[in-house]
Design a protein around this ligand. Structure first.
Ligand SMILES: NC(=O)c1ccc[n+]([C@@H]2O[C@H](COP(=O)([O-])OP(=O)(O)OC[C@H]3O[C@@H](n4cnc5c(N)ncnc54)[C@H](O)[C@@H]3O)[C@@H](O)[C@H]2O)c1
Length: 246
């Protein structure tokens, strides 16, 4: 395992991102833990044991802001050396059926998922190239197949697959792999507000009959970031308990 290899995780103050950061720290990897929400970052820092804090750098990062990205990469490099892993995880939802959704809700969801993941790859790849290796994990979703009330989100999550594969095509020659993890329904603050009756209908379409846990996504991300997955590239790894789609 490439324990010394630093990874940037976005949206790591909550849910899946926090679980990924926690897992990578447990695997002895240095982690640049970022989020737009500084309160969430502080809370996460407070929950960590002092021995893993030696490997954690906490940075505020708005993933839609290119200047923020440059600053975070510089801080990470200064502390740990060239960046070797990136998890584009930060995300939001602004749900409404299409005729009730305004263009602002469409734009902000596309910007936070697609434009931001593009900015992240663009900011981090030069450091990966300088270090001679890298693994990028973009968080898509089983929502990429189409979801009622999520024309913005499902378009964003499908676009992330195209981005992931194009980055893989361009960067393979530099030793950089690019893959996506596509979670199904996972129990996080993002899905906490969903009424239980809706979750019950989700469970009927999931072969395992339950929602997933953030740690189950973290395990997939940690695998794709590690040398254990050295021959996996341009792939979308579904982690959804077995779902049937359109
Ligand atoms: N929970 C699920 O069922 C599920 C399913 C499929 C995919 N996903 C995806 O997984 C990722 C994480 O989702 P989650 O469920 O952990 O959500 P969450 O709401 O618990 O966490 C999202 C984090 O992203 C951060 N964030 C939002 N906008 C940001 C910005 N502009 N810059 C930086 N950080 C920002 C938030 O502050 C928050 O900490 C998202 O991309 C989401 O779309 C989630």
């Amino acid at each position: 395992m490439n324990a010394e290899a630093p990874v940037i995780v976005t949206g790591a103050g909550s849910g899946i991102g926090r679980a990924i950061a926690r897992r990578l720290l447990a695997d002895a990897r240095p982690v640049i833990i970022t989020d737009i929400n500084e309160h969430a970052l502080g809370e996460f820092r407070g929950s960590l044991a002092s021995e893993v804090l030696d490997r954690a750098e906490f940075c505020r990062l708005d993933v839609t802001n290119a200047a923020d990205w440059e600053g975070v990469v510089e801080r990470g490099r200064a502390r740990f050396g060239e960046i070797t892993g990136l998890v584009n995880n930060a995300g939001i939802t602004r749900d409404a059926s299409m005729l009730r959704m305004d263009a602002e809700a469409f734009d902000v969801v596309i910007a936070t998922h697609v434009r931001a993941s593009w900015l992240g790859c663009k900011a981090v790849i030069p450091s990966m190239r300088a270090g001679g290796r890298g693994s990028i994990v973009n968080i898509s979703s089983s929502g990429r197949h189409g979801v009622f009330g999520q024309t913005n989100y499902s378009a964003a999550k499908a676009a992330i697959v195209g981005l992931t594969k194009s980055v893989a095509l361009e960067q393979a020659r530099y030793g950089i792999r690019s893959n996506a993890v596509a979670p199904g329904a996972i129990e996080t603050p993002m899905t906490n507000q969903v009424p239980e009756r809706v979750k019950a209908t989700w469970k009927e379409t999931i072969l395992l009959g339950r929602l997933g846990q953030p740690e189950e996504i973290a395990a997939a991300a940690a695998f794709l970031l590690s040398e254990e997955s050295s021959y996996i590239n341009a792939h979308v790894l579904d982690v959804n308990g077995g779902e049937l789609h359109l």
